[in-house]
Design a protein around this ligand. Structure first.
Ligand code: NAD
Length: 256
């Protein structure tokens, strides 16, 4: 028996990173999975490998959401789980951030989550779950990621309002707040064929040894297990909450 037997779950940004691990784990746990991304080659290869459906979905485009929902309905009859995982990060001091860059981060991270809730919740006629991927920076500041942190704070607001509005439809809505996780977003060496990504991971562990009580960067598989908890009946009485998964980073600072 899998924890997601009989469920149909759409994961955005699922071609790589945390979304990929969520898609893999959800399949292992018995769900039909819709792998959605803008990276078609990687997304299609993953879907083929795990026996899922791939859809091209730019989360910032409402027409793409409509097409993805239709494709999922045609393939599996319905959708009853959504993980809004797709996201982008841009580094810039606020005073140096061009408006276009700020708006692009808003459009993908924040509007993407809103459009996902809007497009998919009406499909969940028998109840369902929505997991929004926020961040450590949804709960505290971090210099040089102002646009990103603003959108991640906004995702928590959206999560709470959606939980209130959708509870009557038996749809639970929660958010994950990962700290530093070893994916291409935090470890761009993963995207560089010439780089040694494993060495880069070790270097990151060294950096986070000083910052994070648990002494290392997080793994995307660990976030996938939290997404599974929030998507399965194990969290049946939980809605509207942010879940921090950060190795203790937000707990405070050690002065000695
Ligand atoms: P990643 O860059 O490996 O994965 C992001 C995925 O989103 C990619 O597959 C990318 O193609 C996809 N994507 C980007 N723009 C898209 C769009 N417009 N439409 C559809 N898909 C799009 O990074 P990740 O760490 O796996 O990121 C997953 C989520 O976790 C993001 O929301 C990110 O903000 C969040 N997060 C990451 C970290 C971290 O340290 N890696 C920490 C906290 C939160």
């Amino acid at each position: 028996m899998g924890k997601l037997d009989g469920r149909v779950v759409l994961v955005t940004g699922a071609a790589r990173g945390q979304g990929e691990q969520e898609a893999r784990l959800f399949r292992q746990e018995g769900a039909e999975v819709v792998v959605a991304d803008v990276l078609d080659e990687q997304g299609e290869a993953l879907a083929k490998e795990i026996g899922a459906l791939y859809v091209h979905l730019d989360v910032s485009r409402e027409v793409d959401w409509q097409a993805a929902v239709t494709a999922a309905r045609d393939a599996y009859g319905r959708i009853d789980g959504l993980v809004n995982n797709a996201g982008i990060l841009r580094f810039n001091a606020l005073l140096d951030t061009p408006l276009d860059e700020f708006m692009r981060v808003v459009q993908v991270n924040q509007v993407g989550c809103f459009l996902g809730v809007k497009a998919v919740a009406p499909e969940m006629t028998g109840g369902g779950t929505i997991v929004n991927t926020a961040s450590y920076t949804a709960l505290t500041g971090m210099a040089a990621v102002g646009a990103y942190a603003a959108t991640k704070h906004a995702i928590l607001g959206l999560t709470r309002v959606a939980a209130l509005e959708l509870a009557g439809r038996r749809i639970r809505v929660n958010a994950m707040c990962p700290g530093a996780i070893d994916t291409a977003m935090s470890n761009p060496a993963q995207l560089d064929p010439a780089a040694d990504a494993e060495e880069a991971s070790k270097a990151l562990d060294g950096l986070y040894r000083k910052l994070v009580p648990l002494g290392r960067i997080g793994r995307p598989e660990e976030v996938a297990r939290l997404a599974l908890f929030l998507t399965s009946d194990d969290s049946s009485y939980i809605t509207g909450q942010p879940f921090v998964i950060d190795g203790g980073w937000l707990a405070g600072v050690a002065v000695v």
